[in-house]
Design a protein around this ligand. Structure first.
Ligand SMILES: [Zn+2]
Length: 237
């Protein structure tokens, strides 16, 4: 698989486009691809098809129609996405987010040009995050879709690299999102709830006390680096 990835890297950087065709890959790169011993007996083209399928399943390659592919080796910046008028635009965003490979980076300079892409990316991250937490708040089991948020651990405005990273979002209800954002509670590096609120409001206390820990998501648990940034921001040592 590695030699196929290297060949695609060469091809796409030469073409300065993440989209390439099967034909181009074969005519320009087949001699540069060394196949593993296990593929003896099959033709190079058959083996290549198998390798491309593996890359699709591992989040490296989105299959377009007409024998074309979109290469998703590293994180894809918003600006690298095809135009939102491209018929495959929505599917490509969904594919990138599914494998946690969409990156928003620093949008300030050209945000207006990217607004549709940013919106689609954010919608998709919310969907993926909510599914990852099985459509419930990670702290209280609220299931009402209108109240569920993909809440950034390290805030969007504070953390350019962490924007949209599925390891930097937790599915929370609006109530827990607000309490977390205001630093009324955090989680430790084992994802246990740490109460920081010292007031006597019984509803606030009830919300923070309702779960001893964050419910583990199916795929993307929070990254400790973001949790430490939350600790830093809310003054928890
Ligand atoms: Zn909640």
């Amino acid at each position: 698989m590695e030699s196929v990835i290297l060949a695609i890297e060469d091809l796409t950087s030469r073409r300065n486009s993440l989209i390439f065709s099967r034909r181009e890959l074969i005519t320009q790169e087949i001699n540069n691809i060394t196949f593993r011993v296990s593929s003896v007996g099959k033709t190079p083209e058959q083996t290549l098809s198998r390798e491309l399928q593996n890359l699709r399943e591992s989040g490296h390659l989105y299959f377009l129609s007409r024998g074309e592919y979109y290469f998703v080796n590293n994180k894809i910046e918003i600006a690298q996405l095809p135009s939102e008028n491209n018929p495959d635009f929505n599917n490509i965003v969904e594919y990138c987010v599914k494998f946690n490979k969409l990156s928003f980076g620093n949008l300030d300079a050209d945000q207006n040009f990217q607004i549709a892409k940013v919106r689609k990316g954010q919608d998709q991250i919310r969907k993926e995050c909510i599914n990852d937490y099985q459509k419930k708040c990670a702290f209280c089991n609220i299931e009402d879709d209108k109240l569920l948020i993909a809440s950034h651990i390290s805030r969007w405005a504070d953390d350019i690299q962490g924007r949209g990273d599925l390891r930097n979002v937790i599915c929370m209800c609006s109530f827990h999102d607000t309490l977390f954002e205001k630093g009324y509670f955090t989680v430790d590096t084992n994802f246990n709830v740490i109460k920081l609120y010292g007031g006597s409001d019984s509803i606030i206390n009830g919300l923070i006390d309702c779960s001893p820990s964050l419910r583990t998501p199916l795929r993307f648990s929070p990254d400790i680096q973001y949790i430490l940034k939350h600790h830093n921001r809310v003054g928890y040592q």
